[in-house]
Design a protein around this ligand. Structure first.
Ligand code: URA
Length: 189
């Protein structure tokens, strides 16, 4: 059987009803971006705008993410952006452990297609997908080795800074640290 592509995943996800959130959401939201990206960002779950448009990070948190990417010379088209959960939870409540578990195969398939070298979990839900015992408060801004050639670089969720202005500077600082890490990786290769 030929390998699945991102457009295959997209059309399969549209038919998928393996998570009860499909009942209250408008549509499922897969990741998007450069299929050959070295760096992949992973958020929590679609919000209202993402649910309406069927695209990740297109609301206020997405605008802030675009701005943060710009501070280190990256554009959305350079990276791949996705979420742990593929349907919007009602009123943007936290996804439950079951919902995260049910959606996990999609994220795993995206990671295995993109094969990123650096994975940036945005916030605790995405960090928990990789490291169950790390807290985002302790781990943000610090690279964590996932395997020989993959590093996880946790960062606070951009939406957290929209609610808590104190986190804004931490996000700018973490993006600077990420930019430095990416530059060092490049010069070492
Ligand atoms: N927050 C997320 O975690 N993901 C989105 O796509 C938008 C907001």
């Amino acid at each position: 059987m030929p390998a699945l592509t991102l457009p295959d995943l997209q059309s399969k996800l549209r038919e998928w009803k393996g998570c009860e959130l499909y009942k209250t959401a408008t549509q499922a939201v897969l990741g998007e971006g450069n299929p050959h990206a070295e760096i992949m960002f992973i958020g929590e779950a679609p919000g209202q705008k993402e649910d309406e448009q069927g695209r990740p990070f297109v609301g206020p948190a997405g605008q802030f993410l675009d701005e943060l990417l710009g501070t280190i010379g990256l554009k959305r088209a350079d990276v791949y952006i996705s979420n742990v959960v593929k349907y919007r939870p009602p009123q943007n409540r936290d996804p439950t452990p079951e919902e995260k578990e049910q959606c996990m195969p999609w994220l795993k398939m995206e990671i295995s297609l993109i094969k990123p070298k650096v994975i940036v979990p945005l916030g605790r839900h995405a960090l928990g997908h990789f490291f169950t015992k790390l807290s985002i408060t302790e781990a943000h801004g610090k690279p964590q080795k996932l395997s020989n050639d993959v590093t996880v670089f946790p960062i606070y969720h951009p939406a957290a800074a929209l609610h808590n202005g104190g986190l804004r500077q931490a996000l700018y600082d973490d993006f600077q640290a990420l930019g430095k890490f990416l530059a060092e990786r490049k010069s070492a290769s």
